[in-house]
Each structure stands twice: as structure tokens, then as C-alpha cells.
Design a protein around this ligand. Structure first.
Ligand code: UD1
Length: 419
């Protein structure tokens, strides 16, 4: 069913919003469940289409999955398939981490490559080269990838770039082995620490996540566990942008303060006041935002690429010029055309976006083109005069649970309608 979000802008937000579990932590943990011989119970698992797709893959592979609200139980039947059909694989790129999990468990995996996506080409060369160093034979042919190994052999791997997905894939490949593996220049994102914590609860022996070098001492068996997924730092930063864009004061609950740290400077520079108390942030925003001189996306603990687009949207009506530099993904700026249609003045020079603050934005009919770009359009709709209709909501539904419900509770005039 085609749906759209209809937003009548210029409403101040107030009250509180509770952040859900992190999509990017839940996805690799769900994949990791194929390694476990016993039931895994996950709490705080967000209700998102990416999670639904991953559950569909687990069921196809042979796991029994039950879900009630934010609780998901996964039981590996013991008879796993070694392949994932194209239609399931192509829905999201993160399914590539099934490669490591299935190869570890079965000694083989036959997957379709997830291909490029809205954000650009997104190759998997780092994953593949690392697997080869670990004695996995890889054959790539016509969009398919086949992995096989008689035995995973530990190695010291130096990643040329601290890829999140490659780090996760290597952790999953080597957690269940009888060998030791080191990942140098590993990704340091909180979701990597979360995967380590989850696997260790299941009996793995992994250390170092959050630092440059992760050490995996393979174990013979992984059992089940109970695990609550950490809060979504990107969802939190998106609600911070919504508050900033509308000159509002709101409380954002269920956050991990430390994980929000990399975006705090940008909101401070924009003129917002932030008070962190335990797992809650109160953000108060001025009527008119200041420009943010320069934001550059970097790997963690740098400024996260996923937080960028909503901040670009809020900067569209700031006092002065914000310079935004994207270093991780080529096509992050897909939504800028729609923001300009709403009256923004943003110019793109390769990886740099120059955001000249304007007085106001005006509602328009716009299409979400990717997940975070979609969130930027919601942000723009909240601050624009008149009505904004946003279509292609499947992009937004990949990463934001109940977005219109949460925003309505905060006082926004937003509803989901049939197109
Ligand atoms: C994950 C997140 C995504 C986030 C990104 C960066 C999930 C499900 N997704 O994506 O939301 O924006 O981290 O924080 O967790 N690259 C290569 N070769 C490879 C692998 C990556 O060239 O083999 C490049 C990518 O094209 C991209 C950059 O490295 O330009 C970052 O990719 P990576 O860190 O792997 O991100 P993902 O795991 O795909």
C-alpha cells in the first residue's frame, strides 16, 4: 500500500520521546544467531522493515523466530540452508554479514551480492580479501558469491579502511573456530562493541572491540543468551535535529550519553543547550539557529555519516553558511534536491555541501530517496510553512520506528495517509 507522510509545519515540539533499540546493532546480532545452538532472546529489538527482512532470512535458513513487540526469540533448528535467495538478499545491504555467520557454521555459504544502493556502489572487497586470508575460498560470478572452507585458519588482518560491515563479518566468521584472529584497524563503532558483548554472552572469546585491534579466540560452540539491544544513537541524533529545527525543548530518553558525544559539538555550535542526566538528554533550541562552521563525517568516534542529512536540513534555515563534508558515502546528498525544492539554498561540490541559511522553508511534495535523506525531509517538513507530503516511505520505515506517532506525541502535526 502506497503511503505518504503529511506534515503541517511550524509547530513547536515539547515533551519526551523514547529511543528504540539500534537497528545497526540488532541486524548483525540477528545474523549471529545462526552460530548459536540454543535459543537467543533479544529485547529492545526495533520494529523496522530491515529487522523484518532479517527475520525472514533467518526463517528461510531454518531458524524458528517468534516476535512479540520488542522481544524476538530465535532458535536455530540445527538444519540450516547455506544460501539466501536474491529477493531476500537484495532488500538490504547489511545481509552481507550472513556470509561470515553461515561460512563459520556450515563451512560454506552461497549468497547473492547485495549490490549497490542509494548511497553509491558499496563494494565488499574488504570483506572478501579478509575472508581469503582466513582460508576461505571465494568464487564471485554473475552477482553471486560462494564461500567455502575446510577449516578457518586464524590470521592477523589489517583492514585498509575500518569498515563496519567487514569487521562484523570477520568477527562472525572467526568466533566459531579453533583458531586465533586479530583484526587491526577494526571499526570502533558502538555496534561493534555490542556484537562482541552479545557473542561473549553466548560463549565466545572476543576482546578489544571499541579499540583499533580486536582479538578473536575461536570457540567450538556458542550457546544462547538473553540480550537487550543498545539504544539507537542515530535515531537520537535525528530527534535532536527535529528539536533544533523547530526551536523546541524536548527530552530524549533511553540514550547512551557517550554515543551521542560525536554530534554534540554541532548542536552546541548551532546554539542548542544540552543537559545530559543519566540516560536522558534535554535539548533546548534557540528561535534562530546559528550556522555550524564545518562538519566532516568520519568513522567513530568522529561525526557519524548517518546523522548528517537531518543536520543539513536544520542548517538550511540557520543564520549563515554551514559547510558539510561527507567522507564515507558518495551519494549521501540525494535529498538535497528536495530540500532546495522546499526553498533551501544548498550547493553540492563533489563531497562538500554548502548550506546557505535562508529565512524559511515552504511545504512541497517530495520523495524520500534513502533512509537518512528521508529523515531530513521530515525535519524540513516540521520547520516549513504550509504542507509537506513525503512519499516513498519504505526508506524511512527501514530505520525509524513509529516516527509519525512519536512526533505527534511531541506536538507535531503529522500523519500517515494512503497516497
Ligand atoms: C554501516 C552502517 C551504516 C553506516 C556505515 C558507516 C549497518 C547496517 N550500516 O554500513 O548505517 O552509515 O556503517 O558508519 O551497520 N567499503 C569498501 N569496501 C568494503 C566495505 C566498505 O570500499 O568491502 C566502503 C563503503 O563503500 C563505504 C565505506 O567503506 O564508502 C564505509 O562502509 P562500511 O563501514 O563497511 O559501512 P557498512 O557496514 O556498509
Amino acid at each position: 500500500m502506497l503511503e505518504k507522510l503529511v506534515i503541517n509545519g511550524r509547530k513547536q515540539l515539547c515533551g519526551e520521546v523514547k529511543i528504540h533499540g539500534a537497528k545497526n546493532a540488532a541486524l548483525p546480532i540477528l545474523c549471529a544467531c545462526v552460530l548459536c545452538d540454543e535459543k537467543v532472546v533479544l529485547k529492545n529489538c526495533p520494529k523496522l522493515s530491515d529487522i523484518d527482512n532479517t527475520i525472514e532470512i533467518l526463517e528461510y535458513l531454518g531458524c524458528k523466530v517468534t516476535r512479540e513487540e520488542d522481544r524476538v526469540e530465535i532458535l536455530n533448528s540445527g538444519y540450516l540452508k547455506d544460501n539466501i535467495p536474491k529477493n531476500l538478499m537484495s532488500k538490504m545491504r547489511s545481509s552481507i554479514v550472513f556470509l561470515g555467520a553461515l561460512t563459520a557454521k556450515l563451512g560454506r555459504a552461497n549468497l547473492f551480492l547485495p549490490g549497490g544502493c542509494e548511497l553509491g556502489p558499496r563494494p565488499v572487497d574488504i570483506h572478501i580479501k579478509s575472508f581469503e586470508k582466513l582460508n576461505v575460498c571465494i568464487v564471485e560470478q554473475r552477482g553471486k558469491i560462494a564461500c567455502s572452507t575446510d577449516k578457518i585458519k586464524g590470521a592477523s588482518i589489517n583492514l585498509p579502511f575500518p569498515s563496519v560491515g567487514a569487521t562484523e563479518n570477520i568477527m562472525l566468521l572467526t568466533a566459531l573456530s579453533d583458531t586465533k584472529t586479530l583484526i587491526h584497524n577494526a571499526a570502533r563503532e558502538p555496534e561493534i562493541i555490542e556484537l562482541q558483548n552479545f557473542l561473549n554472552k553466548c560463549g565466545a572469546d572476543i576482546s578489544g572491540a571499541g579499540g583499533n585491534c580486536i582479538v578473536i579466540n575461536g570457540v567450538k560452540k556458542l550457546h544462547g543468551c538473553y540480550h537487550s539491544i543498545l539504544p539507537d544513537r542515530i535515531e537520537a541524533s535525528t530527534y535532536m535535529s527535529f528539536a533544533a529545527a523547530t526551536g523546541s525543548t524536548i527530552s530524549i530518553k533511553n540514550i547512551c550519553n557517550e554515543h551521542i558525544e560525536p554530534v554534540v559539538f554541532a548542536f552546541r555550535e548551532a546554539g542548542c543547550e544540552m543537559n545530559f542526566v543519566k540516560n536522558e538528554l534535554k535539548i533546548s533550541s534557540p528561535k534562530k539557529l546559528n550556522r555550524i562552521a564545518h562538519i566532516k563525517t568520519l568513522v567513530y568516534p568522529g561525526f557519524p555519516t548517518d546523522s548528517g542529512m537531518p543536520i543539513i536540513a536544520m542548517s538550511a534555515i540557520a543564520n549563515g553558511t554551514t559547510i558539510f563534508e561527507e567522507t564515507i558515502f558518495q551519494n549521501r546528498y540525494n535529498a538535497i534536491g528536495a530540500l532546495n525544492k522546499m526553498g533551501a539554498n544548498i550547493k553540492i561540490y563533489d563531497r562538500i555541501a554548502v548550506v546557505e541559511g535562508v529565512e524559511n522553508l515552504y511545504g512541497a511534495d517530495v520523495e524520500a530517496t534513502d533512509l537518512r535523506g528521508g529523515a531530513a525531509l521530515v525535519c524540513a517538513g516540521l520547520m516549513a510553512y504550509g504542507t509537506t507530503n513525503i512519499t516513498q516511505l519504505h526508506h524511512i520505515d527501514r530505520g525509524y520506528e513509529n516516527i509519525e506517532y512519536n512526533l505527534s506525541l511531541l506536538g507535531a502535526d503529522i500523519k500517515r495517509e494512503k497516497e
